[in-house]
Design a protein around this ligand. Structure first.
Ligand SMILES: [Zn+2]
Length: 268
């Protein structure tokens, strides 16, 4: 029997919209990682920054195919924030044409809400930079959805162009996220056999609002545990999406591809 992806078909193009390529666990091996990704048909990677110290590396990486960059400060590191950073963020984003998003930014109240006020302030400041630059936002949110939606409302930023990365919620939360204009991206945990609620959400998620990611080097898909997860492993996420949505994997890959190019600001 002929393989579904055999002759006459272009190989699937893969997109990883959330990878920590500037992470010290990844950066020293970047040449090999990008070569492997290319060999597996990875057509786009959005390198996300978690800390200010990664911004320069993300800018440099965004000059290498097929990498784009997102600059931002993760809620776990809000103590790194200062009043000069919005200017620095604007300057870097304007100087580097392949910086295509602000991220990752958001609220994370795990394990507690001690830094709630600081997180909200830093998120709001970064969302305003995204608005000025007309860039989409890569959102990291945990145990903080009401506050997050409150910030968007207060800033008048609904709808918001961007994506909730590593979406891990219920179908009800999915509805609230989609109602704000956001897309959702799925990663390794979707492939875990016990992820029933998450698979249900993925089943309901419309094809024009889904993306794939690895959160490289974390959150490895089931077949590659304990990791590290690498950009080409989005393929396992696509396989699970195809399975739960009961549609051919090529079709899911094509839709995720056009959503990704839209997010990254490339022509379809
Ligand atoms: Zn991340």
């Amino acid at each position: 029997m002929r393989h579904a992806l055999g002759e006459g078909h272009a190989p699937m193009r893969l997109y990883d919209i959330h990878a920590h390529l500037a992470d010290p666990r990844v950066l020293p091996r970047i040449d090999g990682i990008l070569a492997e990704a290319a060999r597996h048909g990875v057509a786009g990677i959005l390198a996300n920054a978690a800390r200010v110290g990664e911004w320069d590396a993300v800018c440099a990486l965004s000059g290498r195919e097929p990498v784009y960059g997102a600059l931002g400060l993760h809620p776990f590191f809000v103590e790194e924030w200062n009043e000069n950073l919005p200017d620095r963020l604007r300057g870097l984003a304007r100087r580097h044409p392949r910086i295509r998003a602000i991220g990752e930014v958001g609220l994370d109240f795990y394990p507690g809400r001690e830094k709630r006020e600081a997180q909200i302030e830093v998120l709001a400041a970064q969302l305003q930079v995204a608005r000025e630059l007309a860039l989409p936002v890569i959102v990291h949110n945990r145990r903080s959805w009401d506050d997050f939606f409150g910030v968007l409302h207060d800033l008048g930023m609904v709808p918001l162009r961007g994506v909730c990365h590593c979406f891990n919620g219920s179908p009800e939360l999915l509805r609230r996220v989609l109602d704000r204009g956001l897309m959702v991206s799925f990663c390794g945990p979707l492939t875990y056999p016990n992820a029933r609620r998450l698979r249900q959400a993925a089943r309901y998620a419309p094809l024009d609002a889904i993306l794939t990611e690895t959160d490289c080097p974390d959150l490895p898909a089931a077949p590659i545990r304990p990791g590290p997860s690498l950009p080409q492993h989005v393929r396992y996420v696509l396989e699970t999406l195809a399975e739960v949505k009961e549609i051919p994997i090529d079709e899911v890959a094509e839709r995720v591809g056009s959503n990704s190019r839209e997010l990254l600001g490339e022509c379809p």
